[in-house]
Design a protein around this ligand. Structure first.
Ligand code: 9MR
Length: 736
């Protein structure tokens, strides 16, 4: 079973557990030990060791000499089988362990037999003997459970010792209380001097309270009274709002005090957004596949090239298809790694490219922003240099002429099986495979290559011509194969990015081809599309699977002669008005209110994408209220939220910095870096699909469904498609 399938099952189990908890009588008092001889008092059995290791007693502990030179954590294991687990029951997993300096052990409670599912895992960094302890709820009932310490994957040999291994069932479930700091919630980065300035106060008070704004010297510079807002649906908190927008002097180190609490400090200044405009785009260079990352350009982030056909890598220069899918091999080197994994997916590359090129078209100030990348100074704006790295990869994913499905694009290329963390790209030993072509991927290629033909024309005519020809070919091929869908089940070794609705992708591709060529064949398809008159601005405006709004925005903003353009523009303004109305009702100023308060995977990007629509309305109408809506939305991302934290690494006093990634894995291996400054975390996700989030957050309300831990891939990953709206909005704000 794949991680993704497993995650779906866990999600279902999670819900069931929630319901049971609500109805259940308190857990019975009997706490039952599941591990036999965990203290190694009777020798080492029934623990076992593999990978050529011998488990032996040393001072009453079980110890192994771990060989160096293995690729994966699971190439060397100390474990015990036949562990009983009962779904929904809460377990306390604990042990004492030591290891040679800074080696990590992946401690797992999982299934002892194929497919070796992981129910709970932690990867503590070891040193002198220390005690480790966590509580989690089992998602599955089995008599074939396993407690294991995976200690492989080290280049050099080391010694691992463990003692007092314990898995006790029937313990009371742990309650996790996030540390949310002061109850006055502000944008911890910066408000603009002439922009709106609002904060949210978490309080039990239901009548207005006085507030004071202080400058960096503690001097009161403004005062007022808060506005009671009742219980906020998105967080379950009783809140009030504070409007200090009349204060407009520049400065740093401001604080806001109300109800006996003082906010984290913030600036009133645009400068941070100029930095963010570059940082959010610099994120992409260190995501690059197929090129060594130059430490001189990104101090602390230098690493060898990944997936250029050098062992232990097995790709991406000559990649076969999955068995039975095709009989050719492709050179699909380059591009950006999608996220914290080493996969490369055309649909997610597509929306990312579109949004960054769109930022270039909409924010002229981006042209002069240097990104310190190898191509800097070549006469082409750096944002286009960076996006070109991905475009070249997307073009390589197109099936060559003369082959079956010529002109279509393969949906994705990634590892044959999931790998563990941490794992640098160049050390990934998995075989790489091309997955089948899909209509959605092909239309992503058509849309972005057509857009690229327009954008790159003045810098590289030959590339623009090649891109346009690839776009036309792809569009024709998609029309001939309109229903080849990537299935949800294809989630082993990489994410599925399944998408069975492609009318939006057809619309978007036709729009980009029309905007670039002006040809009637494409405008005819736009006008005939069911998407053209539809309200495409839902709870979230657009994402990798919903691209109609991308087409609509460009039709509204890129000069063109489509009949009925006034209505197209009006539809964008109406979409923005919808998001503004939601924001106005929201005591945290969020332009996002998902049905049933079910926050989506990557909610931060959804919020930012809704802000892109609001910013588009600003361009279309020139009205201040749209600019103000974007700025207010920004406050949520940077700390005016229930968790009182900024979701962008290095921005704000407390910010996400442990995003799920195989190579920015400092939390697991101190020799690796955290994600670079300017990296957006996915953010609150009500479905908490990963076991770590489930162990901490089960029952969470909206905004609270987030944890800054590298294990939480469903709430705290970084991705190319999430940093794109951050870069878009940063460029917009810096350009105001
Ligand atoms: O961002 C994607 C989210 O919208 C999907 O619901 C989820 C499951 O298909 O996958 C997310 O994308 C992940 C991808 O499949 C693999 N690379 C990491 C991505 C972010 O978690």
């Amino acid at each position: 079973m794949s991680l993704w399938e497993r995650s779906r099952i866990l999600a279902v189990v999670g819900t069931a557990a929630l319901i049971t908890t609500a109805l259940a009588v308190p857990a019975s008092a009997a706490e039952v030990e599941q591990v036999v001889n965990g203290g190694f008092d009777d020798g080492t059995a029934p623990f076992w060791a593999n990978g050529g290791m011998t488990l032996a007693l040393d001072d009453g502990r079980g110890c192994v000499d771990v060989p160096g030179g293995t690729a994966n954590k699971w190439d060397a294991i100390v474990g015990q089988n036949d562990i009983d687990l009962v779904a929904g029951e809460s377990y306390r997993f604990s042990f004492d362990a030591s290891g040679s300096a800074a080696k990590s052990a992946r401690a797992v409670v999982g299934l002892a037999v194929d497919p070796y599912d992981t129910y709970f895992e932690q990867s503590p960094v070891l040193g002198d003997t220390a005690h480790y302890e966590w509580t989690f709820a089992a998602s599955t009932t089995t008599a074939q459970g396993q407690v294991a310490f995976q200690v492989g994957g080290s280049p050099d040999p080391w010694r691992f010792c463990v003692d007092n291994v314990s898995l006790v069932g029937g313990v009371p479930p742990e309650t996790y209380e996030p540390d949310t700091g002061p109850r006055v919630r502000v944008n911890q980065v910066a408000y603009l001097p002439d922009g709106p300035k609002a904060a949210t106060l978490v309080t039990s008070a239901t009548t207005p309270l006085p507030w004071t704004l202080r400058d960096k010297n503690g001097r009161s510079v403004a005062t007022g009274r808060s506005v009671p807002r009742g219980v906020d649906v998105s967080s379950g908190q009783n809140v009030q709002t504070i409007d200090f927008g009349r204060y407009s002097r520049k400065g740093t180190g401001f604080t806001l005090t109300a109800d006996g609490e003082t906010s984290r400090p913030f600036a009133i200044d645009a400068a941070a957004y100029e930095r963010l405009r570059a940082d959010s785009l610099k994120f992409y260079y260190t995501q690059r596949s197929g090129i060594a990352i130059d430490d001189a350009l990104r101090p602390g982030y230098g690493r060898p090239a990944g997936h250029i056909g050098v062992a232990p890598n097995q790709g991406d220069t000559d990649v076969p298809c999955q068995a039975g899918v095709c009989d050719y091999r492709l050179d699909v080197r380059g591009g950006w790694y999608d996220a914290g994994d080493h996969g490369k997916y055309v649909v997610n590359g597509g929306i990312s490219v579109w949004e960054l090129l769109n930022a270039y078209e909409r924010s002229p100030g981006l042209r002069k922003v240097g990104l310190a990348i190898p191509e800097s100074g070549n006469g082409t704006p750096d944002v286009l240099n960076e996006v070109r790295w991905e475009l070249d990869f997307l073009l390589r994913m197109q099936v060559p002429a003369g082959k079956p499905y010529a002109g279509m694009a393969h949906h994705k290329i990634h590892d044959q099986a999931w790998t563990g963390l941490p794992l640098l790209p160049n050390l990934d030993p998995q075989p790489r495979e091309l997955h089948p072509v899909s209509t959605a991927a092909t239309l992503n290629l058509a849309a972005t290559a057509a857009q690229a033909a327009r954008v790159y024309k003045r810098y590289d005519r030959a590339f623009a011509a090649r891109a346009l020809s690839a776009a036309r070919t792809a569009y024709t091929a998609a029309k001939a194969n309109p229903a080849l869908f990537a299935p949800e089940s294809d989630g082993i070794g990489g994410g599925p990015y399944n998408d069975a609705k492609v009318s939006d992708d057809f619309y978007w591709a036709a729009a980009e081809l029309f905007l670039t060529t002006g040809e009637k064949q494409y405008s005819a398809d736009i006008l005939a599309s069911p998407e053209h008159k539809a309200d495409v601005f839902g709870a979230g405006a657009f994402d990798w699977g919903n691209t109609a709004a991308a087409g609509r925005l460009d039709l509204a903003l890129v000069p063109n002669r489509l009949p009925g353009l006034a209505a197209v523009k009006a539809s964008v303004v109406a979409g923005a008005d919808k998001y503004l109305a939601i924001q106005k009702q929201h005591p945290y100023g969020v332009p996002y209110a998902p049905a049933n308060n079910m926050w989506d995977w990557g909610s931060n990007s959804t919020i930012l994408n809704n802000m892109v629509v609001i910013a588009a309305a600003h361009e279309l109408t020139g009205r201040d209220r749209y600019r103000d809506g974007v700025l207010t939305g920004l406050d949520y991302i940077f700390g005016r939220n229930a968790l009182n934290m900024s979701y962008v690494t290095g921005y704000g006093e407390v910010s996400s910095h442990n995003q799920h990634s195989r190579w920015y894995a400092k939390q697991l291996d101190p020799s690796l870096p955290n994600p670079p400054v300017g990296t957006l975390s996915g953010g609150p996700n009500s479905s908490i699909q990963d076991p770590y989030a489930q162990s901490k957050l089960t029952g969470c309300v909206g905004q609270f469904c987030y944890i800054d831990d590298i294990q939480s891939w469903s709430t705290n990953e970084l991705t190319i498609n999430w940093n794109a709206p951050l870069a878009w909005i940063a460029a917009y704000v810096a350009g105001l």
